[in-house]
Ligand binder design. Structure first.
Ligand SMILES: Cc1cc2nc3c(=O)[nH]c(=O)nc-3n(C[C@H](O)[C@H](O)[C@H](O)COP(=O)(O)OP(=O)(O)OC[C@H]3O[C@@H](n4cnc5c(N)ncnc54)[C@H](O)[C@@H]3O)c2cc1C
Length: 406
């Protein structure tokens, strides 16, 4: 048996790769964690995920990460649906309705960058993790006994790393997925989303920490993040033909914000970026000893905060199965169960729900809008219906359903 046949090579120290590495390492598995970013630029990443759902918090707790993140985030038991045209609160959902279902009946608003920063500190200290920053994965081959990954290391030299399994947590552009010829089925929305970060307390106007705002002309999302200074992210749709420069000019940002919420003062804008939204799921999550997890396996609209959460759920599901295979308690075909379970979640929960979420916010037909809003109001006010809704929105239902897939 070769020396590294029990080692798992994880490509990418994003939230999914770090969680997988820490979860495996906690169970005594040796991990080589490969990340292209350097120590010096690791924290210079564009703002992305940040809402952590209850089931994810339970997983983060199991690897000692929750305790590091809670002081850096905002505990948010509530979220709102608003009607922008009428500046009217449609429905308030309260995670306390699922307090018998989870140890954490709230979301933690804590940005991806803080998660990877804290997780990286834990990974550096873990004796079972060989962390390689500034190391770019370039290709791999697999044989009956293991995988060999080619990387360009921090000194610019090519190097070969050997392991029993290789997990691609490289994000949406996964080289592993491409090398395996696995198609990334789905579509890309033609419009991009504009994110504006503002230091302003929107709670004065009745908003809570997470707000989904429907409007036939310009739907939006509004989220609160811990500072200093405390910031709020406002997401707006843009027309496909609009140029970046015109969209992100300071006066254009100000007037968009003032249309959204007229105030007597200009907003203190602390950042902005544009992003493209894809809805894609890989045709396969595993071929032989190479496995996909997180954004390398599925990408979706951020409305509903599910991409990173479901990627972390992939990591924990895969960890359980890899451990059984490495300990020879189960055969390799258990890894196909990972694919059956997590691909089902990606298609039937994450993708289906995020498509529905966007449609709900952007609905144009006044009669359908009224019906949707009435249904949301009724659901939020009835504890039984609210619990069912929250189990779905917080991805607990997806985990329970996946467990039933053999
Ligand atoms: C605006 C926005 C808001 C979002 N909000 C939410 C939210 O609230 N909740 C939620 O759940 N999701 C959200 N998402 C989605 C979320 O950001 C992603 O699903 C999540 O970051 C995926 O994590 P990952 O670890 O799979 O990949 P990534 O975060 O993309 O990390 C991949 C890592 O791999 C490294 N890497 C890539 N290629 C190589 C290589 N060749 N060699 C070595 N290293 C490599 C990269 O440097 C990176 O560190 C949001 C996304 C956007 C755009």
């Amino acid at each position: 048996m070769d020396r590294f046949s029990q080692r798992v090579i994880v490509i990418g120290a994003g939230p999914v790769g770090l969680c997988l590495a820490l979860a495996l390492a906690h169970e005594g598995v040796e991990v080589a964690l490969i990340e292209a970013l350097r120590e010096a630029n690791f924290l210079e990443q564009v703002p992305r995920a940040g809402t952590n759902h209850p089931a994810t918090l339970e997983m983060l707790d199991s690897i000692g990460l929750y305790a590091k993140l809670e002081p850096r985030g905002i505990i948010a038991p509530l979220f709102h649906y608003w009607d922008r045209a009428e500046h009217r609160l449609i429905a308030e959902f309260d995670h306390r309705h699922i307090k018998q279902d989870t140890k954490f009946p709230y979301v933690l608003q804590c940005e991806r960058i803080k998660i990877v920063e804290e997780a990286l500190k834990l990974a550096k200290m873990h004796p079972n993790i060989e962390l390689r920053l500034a190391t770019e994965f370039t290709s791999f081959i697999q044989d009956a006994d293991g995988v060999t990954a080619s990387v360009r290391n921090a000194d610019g030299e090519s190097e070969l790393l050997r392991g029993g399994y290789l997990v691609s947590c490289e994000g949406a552009k996964s080289l592993v997925r491409k090398a395996l010829g696995i198609s990334f089925e789905g579509f890309t929305y033609p419009d991009r989303t504009l994110n504006i970060e503002v230091a302003y307390d929107f709670r004065k106007h009745g908003y809570t920490e997470r707000n989904y705002i429907s409007d036939p002309q310009e739907w939006s999302n509004l989220f609160h993040w811990k500072g200093p200074p405390d910031r709020w992210r406002v997401h707006f749709p843009t027309a496909p033909e609009e140029e970046d420069e015109a969209l992100t000019r300071p006066d254009a940002l100000q007037s968009r914000l003032q249309r959204f919420l007229p105030t007597s003062q200009p907003f203190d804008i602390v950042g902005t970026n544009l992003y493209t939204v894809h809805q894609r799921v890989a045709e396969k999550f595993r071929l032989g000893r190479a496995i996909l997890a997180g954004d390398s396996a599925h990408v979706n609209s951020p409305i509903g905060a599910m991409g990173m959460n479901s990627g972390i759920h992939d990591a924990f599901n895969l960890k359980d199965k890899l451990i059984k295979v490495l300990r020879k308690e189960e055969g390799e075909d258990i890894l196909d169960r990972y694919e059956r379970q997590r691909r089902h979640v990606a298609l039937k929960h994450t993708q289906a729900q995020t498509i529905r979420n966007k449609r709900l916010l952007a609905e144009q037909d006044p009669a359908i809008r009224r019906k949707n809003h009435e249904e949301l109001r009724r659901t939020a006010e009835d504890p039984k219906l609210a619990r069912t809704f929250l189990l779905r929105s917080s991805l607990i239902e997806s985990l329970r359903e996946a467990e039933r897939i053999l």
